[in-house]
Design a protein around this ligand. Structure first.
Ligand SMILES: [Zn+2]
Length: 145
């Protein structure tokens, strides 16, 4: 949280720092992109951009990161299929900032964070089950093949 105009450690409200943090952050070993949604202020990983069910994402951070309410849902590996077009203010990147990964470590521990960042969830999903139970997404455990 330093910066002082880029003598670094990233400052979240410095656009140049935010770009650098994404460039230098953690990549998904599954080759996926990350989206920062400007509306909810959340990160997700894109599992597919052109799946028959729509755009498929897995949530990585909670809607209000300072509240305890959203994190349990993310910890259940919340899979979302939707056809919502993104806001031009959303940010796509091939890496997640270190500070975001650190926050995930605090909330989820290393093992679950690894799964959320890297695991190939798509082949595990039963979409008929998903359509029955989805409500702002569905927990992976409830939609397994
Ligand atoms: Zn800066």
């Amino acid at each position: 949280m330093r910066c002082n105009d880029h003598n670094r450690e990233y400052r979240y409200d410095c656009p140049d720092c935010v770009v650098a943090a994404h460039r230098n952050g953690v990549k998904s070993r599954n080759g996926d992109m990350f989206i920062y949604g400007s509306y909810w202020g959340t990160y997700s990983r894109v599992l597919s951009m052109n799946h028959p069910e729509g755009i498929i994402e897995v949530d990585l951070t909670a809607v209000n990161p300072l509240s305890d309410l959203g994190w349990p849902k993310v910890a259940r590996i919340n899979i979302r299929a939707h056809r919502t077009s993104r806001s031009p203010r959303d940010m796509l990147s091939y890496a997640l900032p270190d500070y975001t990964v650190e926050r995930m470590h605090e909330r989820f521990g290393v093992d679950l964070t690894e799964r959320l960042l890297h695991e190939d969830f798509l082949p595990q999903i039963d979409w008929a089950k998903y359509r029955k139970v989805c409500n702002g997404g569905a927990a992976l455990a409830d939609i397994l093949l």
